[in-house]
Design a protein around this ligand. Structure first.
Ligand code: CU
Length: 165
């Protein structure tokens, strides 16, 4: 099953213009800027990944300082030992490749080792086909936060960016 996210556009009725004739010639027109950024923010992140080793989305924008609920659904059939997926959100400035290279060695810790915890904002559990997992997190500082699946070999493809505004 696929989920389509709806982009909500705030519709502003600009009553002022309908009055007409009140604005003197040469005067600056009042500017009505739609808050488009607020309209496309995600407060819920729904990620899916299957046996094809891909996330269904790679970019999200979330509000700073507000709790976000991320759900990862494994739409495949394979076991988590063969095709496990997780979502690891890294701190701004950390690199997916550097983290992924180290983390994929840590099988006993399901590829989210304590030794690398300082680089991580939050992460989900590792799941296999048919499972899903939910994570709630809040990021206070605006910035670009990389995310990845840290299962061995997945990070070159299974990665993206969460923009916090
Ligand atoms: Cu994966």
């Amino acid at each position: 099953m696929k989920y389509y996210s709806f982009t909500l556009f705030a519709v502003l009725s600009l009553g002022l213009y309908s009055c007409g004739g009140d604005v003197p010639k040469g005067a600056e027109k009042p500017e009505f800027k739609m808050d488009q950024e607020a309209a496309v923010m995600d407060s819920v992140i729904n990620l899916e990944a299957g046996d094809d080793m891909k996330f269904n989305r790679s970019a999200f924008t979330i509000p700073a300082g507000k709790e976000v609920t991320l759900t990862l659904k494994h739409t495949g059939k394979m076991d988590k030992n063969a095709m496990g997926h997780n979502v690891v959100i890294l701190k701004a400035g950390e690199e997916v490749r550097a983290y992924g290279n180290e983390a994929q060695k840590a099988k006993e810790e399901e590829y989210t080792p304590q030794s690398l915890a300082a680089k991580v904002v939050a992460h989900t559990q590792l799941i296999g086909g048919g499972e899903s997992t939910t994570l709630k997190f809040t990021i206070a500082e605006p910035g670009e936060y990389p995310f990845l699946c840290s299962f061995p070999g997945h990070y070159p493809i299974m990665k993206g960016t969460i923009t916090v505004k």
